[in-house]
Ligand binder design. Structure first.
Ligand SMILES: *Cc1c(COP(=O)(O)O)cnc(C)c1O
Length: 408
């Protein structure tokens, strides 16, 4: 009885309230999100992937002779899809050991006169080294895109000592409001930019790529209402747990993670109903982040008692978000031993991504496939633990027991 079995979510999404959906539907979500982030300009898009596509199309108009986009080899496969959709070539850069962020030496090797942009990527709520990407981008004349899809609400301390939202240090910042990203419009994205020339290029690209799609928008409204109704342990098994267990039963890791190929990248306007729902959620989001941070601190204290386990965390000049915790185990075998009893057990444990980018079947043959030992090791040694407020001590004890057994 999947309906009655408690299913914990893999990320601590902001629960909706019914009055989020009540009229009047008059909010300008982009303006409110920009103000919330401390930015004075933002553009709302139909998804994070759409935002990346628009960003790359815009940069192409600013540097038409450049064709390569540097990506960390461990990231969301939709990022590679956006690069390909923009008619550009992904250049995969290996990560530093035990981390998702660029290896500095490898990144330097990836930059040349053909580099259009470096996509500095903040994964799992943690903060990437944007200053490194900026330095190397400046050395070869490329732009920096900050992919903050998994870090809406995270901040970093600037060289001047001031705390700033991520997405404002590069040339373009990208956020996602898809399901599972904390604050959700079911699907949605946001573009940030500081420079007037870049803002204009983004606006032009968005207008020329956007299609009129009222039926798709209607469907997204229904999906957002469905999410609001079902995002709780009593019913999450139906929409999340059951498909996950079916995918695991047939050995489909990509589907189990939710990384299955999607059809196209729809680019249309987010309507007033969803914008209002998002804006009302935004009013509660700061408190939601703080509660998640407090829970994560308690979970980390438990996890750090396990020898050999590393939990990705923040440096002193970083203030990430904690929708889930990313755990790094000493070997792929230990990770697989830990995941076996936990994945599909309804405890909110999963992999962040199924693979390093070249190992996704849908990308094979469409992107380059260099060695990338560190990104592949990171994909093989990590797992994600959802940090929802429904994760009670009894469930956490089961997670800890499985990890302890796997580490022995
Ligand atoms: C989810 C995600 C995206 C794509 O965002 P969508 O809104 O799902 O299209 C891009 N980059 C990263 C790192 C992501 O996690």
């Amino acid at each position: 009885m999947t309906l009655l079995r408690a299913e914990l979510p893999p990320t601590a999404g902001l629960p909706a309230r019914w009055r989020d959906f009540a009229p009047p539907w008059q909010h300008d979500f982009a303006a409110q999100a920009a103000a919330w982030l401390g930015a004075d300009w933002a553009l709302l898009t139909s998804s994070g992937t759409a935002a990346l596509w628009i960003a790359l199309a815009a940069l192409r108009t600013l540097a038409p002779q450049r064709r390569r986009v540097v990506l960390p080899a461990y990231t969301c496969p939709l990022v590679a899809e956006a690069v390909l959709r923009a008619g550009l070539t992904p250049r995969l850069c290996d990560t530093r050991p035990g981390h998702f962020d660029f290896d500095p030496g490898q990144l330097a090797d990836c930059c040349d006169a053909d580099t259009l942009a470096i996509v500095s990527t903040h994964l799992a709520g943690r903060v990437a080294d944007v200053a490194l990407a900026r330095r190397l981008a400046a050395s070869c004349g490329a732009f920096v895109i900050e992919d903050g899809a998994q870090a809406f609400g995270a901040q970093a301390k600037g060289a001047d000592g001031a705390w700033r939202s991520l997405g404002l240090a590069g040339d373009i910042g990208v956020y996602s409001f898809s399901v599972g990203k904390g604050l959700t419009l079911y699907e949605g994205g946001l573009l940030l930019a500081r420079d007037a020339r870049v803002r204009n290029a983004l606006g032009d690209a968005e207008r020329s790529l956007r299609r009129h799609a009222p039926l798709l928008e209607l469907r997204r409204c229904a999906e957002l209402l469905g999410y609001a109704a079902l995002y709780r342990p009593r019913t999450l098994g139906l929409v999340y747990g059951a498909p996950l267990r079916r995918a695991l039963a047939r050995g489909d890791v990509v589907a189990a993670v939710g990384d299955s190929p999607r059809r196209g990248i729809p680019l249309h306007r987010v309507g007033a109903f969803r914008q209002s729902a998002g804006a009302r959620g935004l009013a509660r989001y700061r408190a939601h982040l703080q509660a998640a941070r407090d829970r994560a601190a308690a979970l980390r204290a438990h996890l750090l008692t396990l020898p050999g386990l590393h939990v990705l965390a923040d440096a002193d000049d970083q203030h990430g978000i904690w929708m889930f915790l990313l755990l790094h185990l000493p070997s792929a075998a230990a990770r697989d031993r830990a995941l076996a009893p936990l994945w599909g057990a309804g405890l909110g444990v999963t992999r962040l991504f199924a693979h390093a980018l070249p190992d996704y079947p849908q990308l094979r043959g469409r992107i380059e496939s260099p060695a990338l030992p560190q990104a592949r090791a990171f994909a093989a040694r990590t797992l994600a633990l959802g940090n929802s407020h429904w994760l009670r001590p009894q469930a956490m004890a089961r997670v800890l027991a499985a990890l302890r057994a796997a580490l022995n």
